[in-house]
Design a protein around this ligand. Structure first.
Ligand SMILES: [Zn+2]
Length: 453
């Protein structure tokens, strides 16, 4: 018999099913790696391999992080970068980033994904676009790290083909030729991409941004992705500088350029989408593209406030993201949900983003962005067992009348229990595999070496 786990006596279950059901005092059954039943009243009879008591705890679907640069956990709060805007920040950091190697990528991926898990994230993407000469197998190591941890992983094969000599921003030793980029993209897809239900690894293709690759590479990447049945991702409309750059070098605004290279399609998701006009919003919505909304990063770099409500109303699928750890500088997704709630209100008023909507974007919204809403993002029988318990019995929640809204209003800091694909990876706010914490010392050493340059 498959392993059966019963979560019971829950303060509340937030399902994000089509009826948006919330079940106070409910229970949920996991068999193997799937959710098989949930409800209120007496739970189904045992036997169970494990009973998890949910008193004082709220059960929500596992959170989905739609954009990150895990290697940047090595570059947090770097003097000289920490108070700069995007283009200056990039030019400064490229000089340090170019020193990354296999160990740096592996160790930083472990640390970033450990942080994500502890914050209730069960599926994450990553956008790795920096491949110093001779170090081309870096995504393989991120996948190894994800498999060691047990988190669901969507690495995106990033790319840069325009160095500063060719009008881009990065130094020449971290850009690759188009042939190299496309060949490695094909290799990663055939080696790792798993299209089956419940897959733990799926690949997407992700030129870094319209200003770091050529038009041909944008077009050829899209062609390859569509041939292979994988999604496409890039940064877009993050800053005013980018808009100016696109107008000057490409003769078009970022969204119009995207349309011209065949990227305004449903298989594309875009990080940021801050600087948009009404026509851009309409086009993005009509194309049903996805968005990785990164509020902390946008605020830290002073990039601006994304028009999330307008994008949702236009039909864009919105997920949340912590973005790179050099521009946030944490990998805590539940905190990012609170940030999304706050920033939408700053822009559009107090009714713009109720806590439940921010939580839905952090879960089901992210699943939709990754085209996985049939598998993850809500708590329903038949779906993958990716779920999170948040403890709302502590001091900081005392007196909260609505335990679900309290998750964001009272600023939850971390998850209590996290299950990914039927496996419990976090208990009592700690990773079950305690030996993982040993990696932090090595991470600090590597960070110190790289930042010294
Ligand atoms: Zn980014």
């Amino acid at each position: 018999m498959e392993k059966r786990v019963l979560f019971r006596n829950l303060e509340a279950i937030v399902t994000f099913d089509p009826a948006e059901r919330e079940i106070p005092g409910g229970w949920l059954v996991v068999e193997g790696n799937r959710i098989t039943a949930l409800g209120d009243g007496p739970p189904p009879p045992g036997p169970y391999h494990e009973l998890i008591d949910g008193e004082g705890k709220v059960l929500v679907p596992g959170l989905v992080n739609t954009h990150h640069h895990l290697y940047q956990t090595l570059f947090r709060a770097v003097p000289g970068a920490a108070d700069k805007e995007l283009f200056d920040w990039l030019v400064f950091l490229y000089e340090r980033w170019r020193g990354i190697d296999e160990e740096a990528v592996y160790v930083s991926a472990l640390v970033g994904m450990m942080e994500l898990l502890l914050s209730g994230c069960t599926t994450t993407t990553d956008h790795l676009y920096l491949f110093p000469r001779g170090k081309e197998r870096l995504i393989d190591l991120e996948i190894e790290a994800a498999q060691e941890l047990g988190i669901r992983f969507h690495p995106t094969r990033g790319s840069m083909s325009l160095s500063r000599e060719e009008g881009g921003l990065p130094p020449p030793d971290v850009v690759q030729t188009e042939e190299e980029i496309l060949a490695d993209s094909e290799r990663l897809i055939s080696r790792y991409h798993d299209p089956s239900f419940g897959a733990m690894v799926r690949i997407a293709l992700a030129p870094c941004s319209p200003f770091s690759v050529t038009r041909e590479l944008m077009e050829e990447t899209a062609e390859l992705a569509r041939r292979a049945g994988v999604l496409l991702h890039t940064h877009l409309a993050e800053t005013e500088d980018e808009e100016e750059f696109c107008r000057e070098k490409l003769g078009l605004r970022p969204v119009d350029y995207l349309e011209e290279v065949g990227w305004l399609e449903e298989d594309v998701w875009l990080a940021h989408l801050v600087h948009l006009n009404q026509d851009d919003i309409r086009k993005l919505g009509k194309a049903r593209v996805g968005m990785a909304h990164c509020p902390s990063s946008n605020m830290l770099l002073g990039s601006g406030l994304a028009p999330v409500r307008e994008l949702l109303a236009a039909g864009v699928k919105v997920g949340l993201a912590v973005d790179g750890s050099a521009s946030n500088d944490h990998s805590n997704l539940i905190r990012e949900a609170r940030q999304a709630m706050l920033v939408a209100r700053v822009r559009d008023g107090a009714e713009a983003m109720p806590a439940r909507l921010a939580l839905r974007l952090a879960t089901l919204g992210g699943a939709q962005v990754l085209h996985r809403e049939e598998e993850i993002g809500s708590l329903e029988p038949g779906k993958c067992a990716d779920l999170v318990l948040f403890d709302v019995s502590g001091l900081e929640f005392s007196g909260a009348a609505d335990p679900v809204a309290a998750l964001l209003h009272c600023a939850t800091q971390h998850a209590d229990t996290v299950m990914v694909n039927g496996e419990i990876l976090v208990r009592g706010g700690r990773l079950v595999n305690e030996s993982l914490y040993d990696v932090v010392a090595r991470h600090r050493e590597i960070a110190a070496r790289l930042v010294r340059g």
